[in-house]
Design a binder for this molecule. Structure first.
Ligand code: SF4
Length: 413
């Protein structure tokens, strides 16, 4: 098999992994047609470096042959797809070729499990080690690690990578038993805990002056949403644990997408993409706005409201806490006002030291007045009790009804 054929298979197979933060933009494609500027086909995706820069990565699987049989995965043992395996040298060559042509600034490398978890990790490490030690490659490297691999190998991977990740895939052992029977939640958590300890050690060494130390600075993971009956509360509770106990940088929520020749126990359709979006919003509330999972969801309502963003939904359930006075409210209170983001709260705290905040100031900050007005008192605005108590308040924020299309591809099927 030529290198190009392998690249086509293994770059395509890597696209299901969202934990490199690839963009969700519509893909242009000039292959086999006129024009230039294809964004698909060669496995290039985009991610964010620790300093916030957007960087392009060569995103590949080392192989799509796998000895595991996860139902939701196109590369599973029982899947009828064309298989390919890169050698470590081939991935090194591709990375350097792409890098020298200025196509990419780094590599995202994942893999199906060939022979054993340790054997696969050794191959993945061989790529990173050769790039770093033989070619002095200083670009970004994100390595996907395998929880079943020995801790020493995972540790070695962390020494060559900027970011490492282990995919949790599903939030509970019960879900894993159903859809990924070879995977074990406790084993994955143990591997994440081990990585966390090593990340802490590396951070301490840097603080103590070891500036030349090369070691990953964070770990991330991915979960698949909508492949089973797991609720949003299951996902957020697990994410909360991952952020707090394992110092996870990011949990990526990836909506399940039906694969060719799917297993009979999988749903036929993807969940609505808005569910993935709402989970990201709720995740953001937990990390940056001081919300607890129990405030966002409860046993009675274990799934997020798809029609409203979770902060607005929370505010509507807790109207007794509003309106709040923009001039006197604490930072924590302001962060809970629908329509106010972290940056704007910071700006408001600054402005109000010098002047009374008016609606016009909020407009200047590009705050959505329609969203904040019912919840906020400014020097020139006090929402009427009617507005806040009105049954119609929720209706005000609901998306406008759209005319149903007579036929959609889903309905026809
Ligand atoms: S271990 Fe990974 S590559 Fe293998 S079947 Fe499961 S999800 Fe797919």
């Amino acid at each position: 098999m030529t290198l190009d054929s392998k690249l086509a298979i293994l770059a395509d197979a890597a696209k299901y992994d969202a934990s490199c933060a690839s963009s969700g933009a519509v893909r242009g494609d000039s292959t086999n047609s006129k024009g230039v500027g294809s964004t698909g086909g060669a496995g290039i995706c985009h991610s964010y470096a620790p300093d916030g820069r957007c960087i392009s990565l060569l995103k590949l699987l080392l192989t799509n042959s796998c000895i595991y049989d996860c139902h939701y995965c196109i590369n599973r043992r029982s899947s009828n797809v064309r298989r390919a395996v890169f050698t470590a040298e081939e991935v090194v060559k591709l990375t350097l070729d792409f890098y020298k042509r200025n196509y990419i600034e780094g590599l995202f490398l994942s893999s199906g499990i060939i022979r054993s978890a340790d054997h696969t990790m050794e191959q993945v490490i061989a790529v990173a080690r050769t790039l770093r030690e033989v070619h002095d490659f200083r670009g970004y490297i994100h390595l996907k690690t395998i929880p079943e691999a020995s801790p020493e190998l995972i540790e070695t991977a962390a020494r060559y990578a900027d970011r490492i990740s282990i995919n949790l895939e599903l939030p509970t052992q019960q879900s894993l038993d159903l859809l990924a029977p070879e995977k074990n939640l406790k084993r994955t958590q143990a591997a994440m805990g081990h990585i966390r300890n090593k990340l802490d050690e590396a951070q301490d060494r840097r603080k103590n002056g070891d500036k030349k130390l090369r070691h990953a600075t964070g770990q991330s993971t991915q979960v698949i949403v909508g492949a089973d009956a797991s609720t949003d509360a299951d996902f957020l509770a697990r994410s909360d644990e991952l952020y707090n106990s394992y110092k996870m940088r990011r949990v990526y929520y990836s909506a399940f997408s039906p694969i060719p020749e799917p297993s009979a126990i999988l749903p036929l359709k993807s969940p609505p993409l808005i569910r993935e979006h709402r989970l990201y919003q709720a995740d953001w509330l937990m990390r940056f706005y001081g919300f607890k999972t129990s405030e966002i969801l409860s046993p009675e309502t274990p799934n997020l409201d798809l029609d409203l963003d979770p902060k607005l939904a929370w505010a509507l359930r807790n109207r007794q806490d509003f309106p709040i006075n923009v001039q006197t409210a604490s930072r924590e209170q302001l962060l809970r006002v629908p329509g106010l983001g972290v940056r704007n709260v910071q700006r408001i705290l600054h402005i109000r030291r010098f002047t009374q905040v008016r609606l016009a100031d909020l407009v200047q900050l590009r705050v959505s007045l329609a969203k904040v007005q019912p919840f906020l008192i400014t020097s020139d605005h006090n929402p009427s009790a009617y507005l806040l108590d009105s049954e119609r308040l929720r209706a005000r924020f609901l998306p406008k009804p759209r005319q149903l299309e007579l036929f959609t591809s889903n309905e026809i099927r």
